[in-house]
Design a protein around this ligand. Structure first.
Ligand code: GDP
Length: 200
């Protein structure tokens, strides 16, 4: 399940410009500042692999990284940047939704959720939207090393609350993994999980 080689392939500004081969892919999605770049870099054990622009309002791109010449990690624009103008958020929706609904090779979305803060409405909205559209997802909780999070809740309490709030809409929870890019928690579990979903 280990990552031996990662190669940046391309940035696409439209879903239809994405690579056209049949290799399976995992899309990584989450709020700005959730720890996405840190997680991708921890997974591949390299610095500065993720190329996503962190600034709102910049061109939104779908970035494909080919792993071990056999599957893709796809870095999607972050959502919910507090300072993003409404128009930028709308663009994100149409653009990213188009990708999710039309990408046949998408194995699963890794939805990153910051475990150091209480459940955020925008994350729940995103998870619910993916669920309603039958898009397979795995919850990847980030920053689980933080002993105390926002409003004094610990990561495990925040995670439990998130699951409960999701459970009000869904009988079956998506798989979930606790991670930390600081301690390396969950790294191997996540790699194994992805290899099981790919069937090799
Ligand atoms: P991105 O905007 O989602 O790509 O987020 P970054 O990877 O740039 O991380 C945002 C901030 O959270 C940075 O200050 C990171 O150092 C911090 N961060 C990211 N992952 C972790 C983690 O696992 N634990 C802790 N304690 N901080 C983290």
């Amino acid at each position: 399940a280990q990552i031996k080689e990662v190669e940046f392939v391309k940035s696409s500004s439209r879903p239809k410009d994405c690579p056209k081969d049949d290799r399976p892919e995992f899309a990584i999605l989450g709020r700005s500042n959730v720890g996405k770049s840190s997680l991708i870099n921890a997974l591949v054990r390299k610095k500065e692999v993720a190329l996503t622009s962190k600034k709102p309002g910049k061109t939104q791109l779908i970035n494909h990284f080919l792993v071990n010449k056999s599957w893709y990690i796809v870095d999607l624009p972050g959502y919910g940047f507090a300072k993003a103008p409404e128009s930028a958020r709308m663009d994100w929706s149409a653009f990213t939704k188009g990708y999710f609904l039309n990408r046949a090779t998408l194995v699963a979305v890794l939805l990153l959720i910051d475990a150091s803060v209480p459940p955020q409405k925008i994350d729940l909205d995103c998870a619910n939207w993916l669920g309603r559209n039958n898009i397979p997802m795995t919850f990847v909780f980030t920053k689980c090393d933080k002993m105390k999070g926002g409003k004094g809740k610990r990561p495990d309490e925040n995670i439990k609350n998130f699951q409960v709030m999701m459970g009000q809409n869904y009988g079956k929870h998506p798989p979930w993994i606790m991670t930390s890019s600081v301690t390396g928690l969950g790294r191997d579990e996540l790699l194994l999980h992805m290899s099981q979903l790919r069937n090799y």
